[in-house]
Write a protein that binds this ligand. Structure first.
Ligand code: TXA
Ligand code: MG
Length: 319
């Protein structure tokens, strides 16, 4: 198992030697490497078993670093960066030559964000290079929100997991790209689109193209537990449908405990969408470990972070 450590300097040294390391962010843990090291970047793809056509997000130490790696930055992108960075917003921008094609899967754009986690910001400030980092889970499985989740996924493929505690936001960053008509949502995430629209005006929806999945986080099945999982708008009815089965429930805040329910995960006690998002993946991890016949997940109200949660649940339940 990789060593779980709180020593930033130790992890910085390892990354400087072209090793891969798991790092905390406010959204999920990332599997990080020096963007300029082909060895490190290839290791990330190999360890994650991620297809090479799926590009990586580059994590920067601060807003000013975006001009080192991106060019022709639209003014609206600068406004978003100055408003929301550090934070759970990823921007797709035309890449500079210096960014290796391996990171962008040959695309002309590079995905950038400044993560809002004190430990990883301190790490990035110690390093003379940005970090490419996808979520630190095997391709397609549930993203990790604790150092222990990361450890459970890997043997000794890389030396260190930098422990920054549980991730506060709990689902991945929102991804925004730009075209001649303005801003486009590529992935719903931890930053509610309503917040972004205060700056950009109405966002365009990214039209997915099966042939050319530009943001494979948009793949129909992703973030998935190994237990059969369904999404339900009527929990009481779904429980009746699965009478006699070992049921795990993942619900917003109401309790539905009855005979067949083996475990119930209530995502929030305070009716807070933020709290629910923050607990989502940890609850999925716990349910997936209980040898259940079925996980019934409650559909959220389709607004604010509820939309991002529904997006993840839809992909988790897609067969
Ligand atoms: O919150 C997050 O964004 C986390 C933390 C670690 O920062 N990272 C994360 O990375 O979720 P990953 O690799 O699991 O998801 C990145 C997504 C993928 O769906 C990828 O296809 C998309 O970003 N992406 C990256 N570069 C892109 C590009 N140039 N054009 C379109 N999509 C891109
Ligand atoms: Mg991921």
């Amino acid at each position: 198992m990789p060593i779980i450590t709180e020593h930033i300097t130790e992890v910085a040294a390892s990354l400087s030697m072209e090793e891969v390391a798991a790092i905390p962010t406010e959204t999920v843990y990332g599997l990080a490497g020096n963007i300029y090291s082909e060895k490190a970047i290839r290791s990330i793809f190999r360890i994650k078993q991620r297809p090479l056509f799926n590009p990586l997000i580059v994590h920067l130490a601060d807003v000013s670093a975006m001009d080192d790696v991106a060019t022709d930055i639209p003014p609206i992108a600068r406004m978003l960066a100055s408003q929301f960075w550090p934070g759970p917003l990823t921007l797709l921008l035309p890449k500079k030559e210096i960014i290796p094609d391996l990171i962008t899967a040959g695309k002309a754009t590079v995905a950038l964000r400044v993560p809002n986690h004190p430990v990883t910001l301190a790490l990035l400030k110690q390093l003379p290079f940005p970090l490419a980092a996808p979520s630190a889970n095997p391709f397609g499985s549930i993203s990790p929100t604790t150092a222990q989740h990361v450890a459970s996924y890997f043997k000794d493929e890389f030396p260190f997991i930098l422990d920054g505690g549980p991730c506060i936001s709990g689902i991945e960053s929102t991804i925004i790209g730009f075209n001649t008509d303005g801003a486009v949502v590529y992935r719903y995430g931890s930053l509610a689109v309503e917040e972004i629209e205060k700056i950009t005006g109405p966002l365009q929806e990214y039209i997915r193209d099966e042939e050319n999945p530009e943001a494979p986080g948009m793949l129909l099945r992703h973030y998935a537990p190994s237990t059969k999982t369904i999404l339900s708008s009527d929990i009481a009815r779904s429980i009746r449908e699965y009478t006699g089965k070992k049921i795990g429930l993942m619900v917003f805040s109401e309790s539905y405990l009855t005979g067949d329910i083996v475990v119930q995960e209530r995502l929030t006690e305070k009716n807070s969408m933020e709290e629910a998002a923050s607990n989502l993946y940890a609850a999925m991890h716990r349910l997936d470990q209980q040898q259940l016949d079925i996980i019934i997940a409650e559909r959220f109200p389709d607004k604010g972070l509820g939309r991002s949660i529904n997006d993840r649940l839809q992909r988790a339940t897609h067969s």
